[in-house]
Design a protein around this ligand. Structure first.
Ligand SMILES: [Zn+2]
Length: 349
C-alpha cells in the first residue's frame, strides 16, 4: 500500500521535478551558477586577488585602497542588500549607499543591467559579497576593480571559518551572513576599507562600526537563545536551497536543502523521496520556503510527506539571499535575521 502510494506520488511529480531540476542546473548556489574562473576561488576570490595573490596568506589590501579625492557624500554602490546594510551602518551621512539587487532577487543568477553598469562605473567605491555569490557579475567586478576601489566584504575571513560542503564542488559556501558573528567580521572589513579610503573621517567610521558591532553581537546571542526554545530533536531546517549552512553551524540547527543535490531528474526524485522519508521519520512539523527561490519544490515535498501519512506544513517564508522591502523591518539585516528566527521558532517549537 505504502509503496504504491509512493510510486503514484513519484509519477505525478516527475514532470514537476524535471522542470525544477533543469532550471536548477543554471541556478541556485552551486558552482554551476558561478561565472567561469575569471575570479579566483573562495575567500581569496574577488578583484583584489586578481593579481594572483593568495588571500589566505596576503595581508589586507591596504596598499590598494586609493584615497577618496571627491566630495561628500561618498557614493558607494553595493551588490546585495546585506552588504549595502553594512555600508549604511558604517558610512552614516558621509556615504550615500545604493544597492543593486533588491527584494526577492537571486544574486547567483543576477546579471547587471545597463543602468547598474552606469551606476557601478560612476561609483566612488564598490562593495560586494564575494565567494562567488555574485556569479554572473564576476567578470564585471574584475574589470571595475581596475579603475574603481572595489572590495569583497568576505575577503578577510580566515579560510578555516569558511564552509566547503560537497554541494559547492570545491568552492566556499558564500552565505556567510547567516552566522551573525561571521557577518560582524565582514563589518570590520568595511570599517577598515572606509577608514583607509577617507582618513580624515576614519574615527567616525570606527565609532559607528563599533556601535553596530555591539548590536550584531547582541543579535548573535539573541538568535542562540531563541533557537534554544526548539526541542533539540526538532531543530531541523528543511528549505528550498542550501543557503543556511552557516546558520546551522553557528546555532546548532540541522539543515537540509532540497536544491543543489542533483542535476539528474531521476536522482532528484529519489533524493526528494528520501527527504520525505526523513521528515516523516523525525516527525518534523514544518519545512520552509524562501523569498528568492520558487516554492514548487517545497510543495512537492509536503505532498510527499502526506503520502507517507505525515502531516508537515510550510512553516513560512524565510529571507535567504535577499532582504525584504526597504522601509520595513525586514529591509534591514537585523530585521531580516530576526524575522527568520521568529518564523523558524514559531513553526518548530
Ligand atoms: Zn544562495
Amino acid at each position: 500500500m505504502k509503496d504504491s502510494t509512493k510510486k503514484g506520488w513519484t509519477e505525478i511529480h516527475t514532470s514537476v521535478l524535471l522542470a525544477f531540476v533543469l532550471a536548477s542546473v543554471s541556478s541556485g548556489c552551486g558552482p554551476g551558477s558561478s561565472a567561469s574562473g575569471a575570479v579566483g576561488r573562495g575567500a581569496t576570490d574577488g578583484p583584489l586577488a586578481a593579481d594572483g595573490r593568495s588571500g589566505a596568506d596576503a595581508s589586507p589590501s591596504q596598499a590598494q585602497i586609493r584615497r577618496h579625492a571627491g566630495g561628500f557624500p561618498i557614493r558607494a554602490v553595493c551588490t546585495i542588500g546585506m552588504v549595502a546594510d553594512l555600508a549604511v551602518n558604517v558610512g552614516g551621512s558621509r556615504v550615500a549607499v545604493e544597492g543593486i539587487m533588491g527584494e526577492g532577487v537571486d544574486p547567483h543568477l543576477y546579471k547587471a543591467s545597463p543602468g547598474d553598469l552606469q551606476r557601478l562605473g560612476s561609483a566612488d567605491i564598490i562593495f560586494y559579497n564575494g565567494l562567488h555569490l555574485e556569479g554572473k557579475m564576476a567578470d564585471i567586478l574584475v574589470r571595475l576593480a581596475r579603475t574603481r576601489p572595489t572590495f569583497a566584504v568576505t575577503e578577510d575571513l580566515p579560510p578555516e571559518l569558511l564552509r566547503e560542503p560537497p554541494e559547492f564542488q570545491g568552492q566556499y559556501d558564500p552565505h556567510v551572513w547567516f552566522d551573525v558573528s561571521l557577518w560582524a567580521r565582514c563589518l570590520d572589513r568595511v570599517v577598515h576599507v572606509l577608514a583607509e579610503f577617507d582618513p580624515p573621517h576614519a574615527g567616525e567610521y570606527r565609532e559607528r562600526g563599533s556601535a553596530y558591532r555591539k548590536r550584531l553581537e547582541a543579535l548573535h546571542g539573541e538568535v542562540k537563545k531563541q533557537l534554544a526554545e526548539i526541542p533539540p530533536g526538532g531543530r531541523v531546517l528543511v528549505t528550498a536551497h542550501d543557503a543556511f549552512g552557516y546558520f546551522g553551524r553557528a546555532y546548532e540547527v540541522e539543515v537540509r536543502g532540497i536544491q543543489g543535490m542533483s542535476t539528474d531528474a531521476e536522482a532528484g526524485v529519489r533524493e526528494l523521496s528520501r527527504l520525505a522519508d526523513f521528515i516523516a521519520e523525525r516527525k518534523l512539523k514544518a519545512v520552509f520556503v524562501e523569498t528568492s527561490v520558487p516554492e514548487r519544490f517545497v510543495r512537492a515535498l509536503v505532498e510527499g510527506c502526506q503520502a507517507r501519512g505525515h502531516r508537515v506544513v510550510i512553516g513560512g517564508q524565510l529571507y535567504s539571499d535577499a532582504m525584504g522591502k526597504p522601509g520595513t523591518p525586514e529591509g534591514t539585516y537585523e530585521g531580516m535575521v530576526r524575522r527568520n528566527v521568529d518564523t523558524i521558532v514559531r513553526a518548530l517549537q
